[in-house]
Every structure is written in structure tokens, then in C-alpha cells.
Design a protein. Structure first.
Length: 312
């Protein structure tokens, strides 16, 4: 049986690869893409999501634009990583498929109400604004969510946008607090694990060797955002964050983690957006998330390359 998912996203080259991985995987039925402001403003993320669908030759996947700013703060973006458009790298044609008229939050609410309870998984790859807004507006949908599998946060790796916080959570900590407090089952793919999914030269060459439009594009996108991360971390490649979410759905055996309590810091100007994960279980706070800590990176890249090959 296929698993129904909604991908909530702010593409972003790594979001784009995650979307491609999902669209290439017969185990998953992508009910829609919901764009949110994050890496770049909403105008770009809503456009980029459609560019990716067209690259995968899937213009039938509905794309919805959602919230254009965080719940309680000004938008912080990451053009320094992803470029001005969010998908900088090779020039890409504007999409011809339409953006849906419906707001992404309405799509999320209606889909969860219309599908059987416990059958729709939410896959947030950006700030949690759309998801939290949907939960606040329609609290009845929370218990209908099968699981939330998200990229965000960090514990041992601490921050990538501030010393304490990971970008997706930092941009909208109030939304993250709503989501982590909602009571739906959550899997977190934090920097602790995504920093192990490094785009080393042989792995990028494997994308290129596919020889397809998709393979060449993924290699080119990777080259673009690598320039920043390799310099920053001094690593052999850049972390391919968001595809880890989809990989966890497909092959949870590639990952290990712990059920722990995760709270979101929203007050402190110094540590705002920090995911305070009780990894060592030193409090009585109940577990609210499966916090992933390790992965088989080689297995992950094998899976990704094999799946991308299917999108010719
Ligand atoms: C996250 O922030 C974005 O820049 C990436 O797309 C990813 O979702 C990593 O911190
Ligand atoms: Ca993202």
C-alpha cells in the first residue's frame, strides 16, 4: 500500500532533491506540495516547487502557496546558501503548470479531514508556519495526522544559522512550538544526522553518471550550494538535509534515533529557535518525538541515486 504524504517545503536545492526522491518512489503518493516562505520568499518557493514537478515530469502534482511570513516575526531567508532564487545553479525555465488557487493551509486542513484518519503523513522541509497555522485553525486535524516527519533542529551539532539554532526552527520558533506541542507523532531529522549526508565528489559523480536531465541537474544544484557549506564546515561535501526526511519514510532501517522530549526555545534572544532535546533523558518531560541521531550515509546515497535514475 502506498503512503500518502504532503510535502511542505521552501525549495531550496536540497528540498528539490527531496521532492524528486518522493516523486520517484512508488511507495509514496504525493498528494500535494505546499510552499512556505523560508530559504527565499514565498513567491520563489511556490515557483520552485513547480519547476521541480516539471523536471520530474509530474505537472499533475498540485502545488499550493502558503504563509508568506512566520507567525510572529519577520522572515529570515538564506540566499547566502541557496542563491537569490533559492534554486540558483543552472538557469531553469519558468514553470508552465499553474499554482493552485487554494491556500496551502486550507489544502492541508481539507486533505486531513477528507482522507481516512491516520493515513496522511506530513513532511515539512522548511519553517513550520503552514503546519502550525493549520493546527491552530483546525485543531481537529491533529489526531488525524499519521505522523510528521520533519527536517529541523539540532542537538549535538547545535546551530547553523545561529550558534544555537537550526535554520528551519529558527525562522519560525513559535510555529515549531505549536507543532512539537500538538501531540501528533513526530520524527525529527536534525543537523546531527543530516550533517552525515555529505555530497562527496564520488556521490555527486554518481548523480552525473546517470546521464539524465534529473541526474545532471541534481549534480549541478549540489555543486552550487556546496561552495558555501564546504567552506563553512571544511567538509568533503555539503549536507543534503531534506532528502533525509523522504529516505526515512522509505528506509527507516538506514537511521537510528531515540524517543525523547523536544522543547523549542522561543524567548531567549541568544538561543531562540534552539531544539532542547532531552537526549540523555535527564528530565521527566514526556517524549514527544523520535529524534534521529545516526544514519547509514552510504545506504542513503545508494537509495537516492537508484531512485533518481527512475526519473528519466
Ligand atoms: C534546512 O535549512 C534550509 O536551508 C535547508 O533547505 C534545510 O531545510 C537546513 O538547516
Ligand atoms: Ca528546506
Amino acid at each position: 500500500m502506498t503512503q500518502k504524504i504532503i510535502i511542505d517545503t521552501d525549495p531550496g536545492q536540497d528540498d528539490a532533491v527531496a521532492i524528486l526522491l518522493a516523486l520517484a518512489s512508488p511507495e509514496l503518493e504525493v498528494l500535494g506540495l505546499t510552499a512556505v516562505a523560508g530559504n527565499v520568499p514565498l513567491e520563489f518557493t511556490a515557483k520552485n516547487a513547480r519547476i521541480v514537478c516539471e523536471l520530474a515530469k509530474r505537472p499533475d502534482v498540485p502545488v499550493f502557496a502558503g504563509c508568506d511570513r512566520p507567525m510572529a516575526r519577520d522572515l529570515v531567508t538564506a540566499e547566502h546558501v541557496h542563491g537569490k532564487t533559492g534554486l540558483d545553479g543552472p538557469q531553469m525555465a519558468d514553470p508552465t503548470m499553474p499554482l493552485q488557487d487554494k491556500h496551502a493551509v486550507d489544502f492541508i486542513i481539507e486533505t486531513l479531514r477528507n482522507e481516512a484518519p491516520g493515513t496522511v503523513t506530513l513532511c515539512p522541509l522548511g519553517p513550520l508556519t503552514n503546519i502550525a497555522t493549520a493546527f491552530q485553525r483546525a485543531p481537529d486535524i491533529v489526531e488525524r495526522v499519521a505522523r510528521i516527519v520533519l527536517m529541523g533542529g539540532a542537538y549535538f551539532e547545535v546551530g547553523n544559522i545561529t550558534p544555537a539554532a537550526e535554520f528551519n526552527i529558527y525562522v519560525d520558533p513559535e510555529a515549531a512550538k505549536v507543532v512539537f506541542g500538538a501531540g501528533a507523532p513526530i520524527t525529527v531529522l536534525p543537523l546531527d544526522v543530516t550533517h552525515k549526508a555529505l555530497t562527496t565528489a564520488p556521490r555527486v559523480q554518481a548523480f552525473r553518471d546517470l546521464g539524465t536531465q534529473v541526474g545532471l541537474m541534481v549534480a549541478a544544484w549540489t555543486n552550487f550550494f556546496e561552495r558555501f557549506d564546504k567552506e563553512k564546515y571544511g567538509s568533503a561535501g555539503a549536507p543534503l538535509h531534506d532528502p533525509c526526511v523522504i529516505a526515512w519514510l522509505l528506509r527507516p532501517d538506514l537511521f537510528t534515533g531515540r524517543e525523547v522530549n523536544v522543547e523549542i526555545e522561543v524567548e531567549s534572544p541568544l538561543t531562540r529557535g534552539m531544539t532542547v532535546a532531552d537526549w540523555w533523558r535527564v528530565t521527566d518531560r514526556p517524549a514527544n518525538a523520535l529524534f534521529i541521531g545516526d544514519m547509514d550515509a552510504e545506504g542513503f546515497f545508494d537509495l537516492l541515486t537508484e531512485r533518481l535514475q527512475r526519473l528519466s
